[in-house]
Design a binder for this molecule. Structure first.
Ligand SMILES: Cc1cc2nc3c(=O)[nH]c(=O)nc-3n(C[C@H](O)[C@H](O)[C@H](O)COP(=O)(O)OP(=O)(O)OC[C@H]3O[C@@H](n4cnc5c(N)ncnc54)[C@H](O)[C@@H]3O)c2cc1C
Length: 409
């Protein structure tokens, strides 16, 4: 395994870092001021993001996540991973580079599985950063950890599909530029368990689509994206808006999983690095009981553990990306599940430790740690809870040692 950066990645690391230092980090206060209206329900678009998008695009730092060289940067998972880490230092920064979830996953789906008409209508404006998208899978009424439970109905009626159901935790649902939803639901109720569902494109202004409410996370609004509950009542869309075909929803879901996990995890590692830096600076600067708090051996232990955990996670993600680049998502099944469990736990631990180091200041909004803690906690649920990924890892592990079936059994 060789984790040496390619010349192209090294150059991009320098340029993305310079962009962050020049345009993103100095503007964190301005961003927060521009989205402050979300607290009273005003999810209007922060002008700062448009300014930054223009700059990032002009600098050639655009769609770096997409491995396709025509529409994206043509980077492998291993090449893109360190760039996602740099963007992850600030939670909203990846959108300035058009590299934010869930749009990246939705763009990948349309790129891999969309018809040319679907690509023209929705992929191109997404790649241009003109519209945003949402992925509607999770439902309040069923345990969505097991996606075979998804119950929303997508029923064929003439040359249309009619959709009925209720979704929640739809990220980007409050986004003022929301232009397309990818909705997962049952197209083949009598099919085999993993061939019952399909995914269909629905424009949010289609009659019958209703944003029921915005869902804050521990009281944070996560503007401009937000998360919503949304209902679909007799929503009729043309049949050619179904992606790939009836019963192929799980196939599509599999395709988008691997890269998205690497991106999420690397952004989390960037966030953890920043929290560790804040923690160290704070501990060095504060005196208690006759010396710097940093000199207390308990803080040396805690800082050392955070450093080790971050580095372990980074290596695990690099290895995952390296395996995916060589053998596809299937070759890295265990690792893709492992990083999804290990990295959010690490991030939660590092941020929790940083909050402790800051004392009361850690739970205010002055240093960004409380909001980061809220986000870190959700990462252990988003894209499936820890238990489900551990279940997959264990099944693959047990499979190695199961006795072979005897003939006729
Ligand atoms: C901030 C945020 C953003 C999100 N964004 C999106 C989005 O854009 N689109 C979308 O569709 N969804 C989104 N989600 C939803 C998320 O993917 C689901 O919450 C998650 O998959 C779990 O599903 P559930 O909430 O239905 O939990 P349930 O399925 O009800 O599970 C509840 C708990 O049961 C336990 N459990 C489940 N299975 C097992 C098992 N096999 N073994 C042991 N314990 C188990 C786990 O502890 C789990 O947390 C988001 C969630 C959050 C919090």
């Amino acid at each position: 395994m060789d984790f040496e950066h390619t010349a192209r990645t090294a150059d991009l690391i320098e340029r993305v870092s310079a962009f962050m230092a020049e345009h993103v980090l100095p503007n964190e206060g301005r961003f927060e001021a521009e989205v402050a209206g979300a607290a009273t329900g005003d999810f209007s678009w922060p002008p700062l993001l448009d300014e930054l998008k223009l700059k990032a695009r002009a600098a050639g730092l655009w769609n770096l996540f997409l491995p396709d060289p025509e529409h994206g940067a043509g980077l492998s998972n291993s090449e893109y991973a360190p760039l996602a880490e740099i963007m992850g230092q600030v939670y909203w920064a990846s959108e300035a580079f058009n590299c934010n979830a869930p749009d990246t996953g939705n763009m990948e789906v349309l790129h891999m599985y969309g018809s040319s008409e679907q690509q023209r209508r929705w992929l191109l404006p997404l790649l241009a950063g003109e519209i945003r998208s949402a992925f509607c899978m999770t439902e309040p009424d069923v345990a969505s950890s097991d996606a075979t439970n998804i119950a929303t109905s997508i029923r064929r009626d003439g040359d249309s599909y009619v959709i009925n159901g209720r979704k929640w935790w739809t990220t980007n649902g409050m986004h003022p530029k929301l232009g397309i939803l990818i909705v997962m639901g049952v197209t083949n109720p009598d099919g085999p368990r993993h061939a019952r569902h399909g995914q269909i494109l629905v424009e949010p202004q289609t009659p019958g689509v209703r944003i029921v409410r915005h869902l804050p996370v521990f009281g944070y609004h996560e503007a401009p994206a937000g998360h919503v509950e949304v209902s679909f009542t007799d929503v009729r869309v043309p049949a050619d808006q179904l992606i790939l075909g009836e019963g192929r929803g799980f196939e599509i879901a599999q395709g988008r999983l691997g890269p998205g996990r690497v991106h999420h995890c690397m952004r989390s590692i960037g966030a953890a690095e920043r929290a560790l830096e804040q923690m160290c600076r704070r501990l060095l600067s504060r005196q208690a009981f006759g010396g710097a708090i940093a000199d207390q051996s308990i803080w040396q232990q805690r800082v050392a553990e955070c450093r080790t955990q971050i580095d372990m996670c980074r290596l695990l993600v690099y290895r995952t990306a390296w395996l995916m680049d060589r053998g596809g998502n299937k070759a890295a099944r265990t690792e893709i599940a492992s990083i999804k469990v290990a990295v959010p736990r690490m991030l939660q631990h590092v941020v929790d430790t940083a909050i402790q180091a800051f004392g009361g200041a850690g739970v205010t909004d002055d240093f960004g740690l409380a909001a980061l803690y809220a986000r870190a906690r959700t990462m252990r649920l988003v894209d499936g809870p820890d238990e489900v990924h551990n279940r997959d890892i264990a099944r693959l592990e047990f499979r190695k040692y199961k006795p072979p079936r005897s003939a006729g059994s």
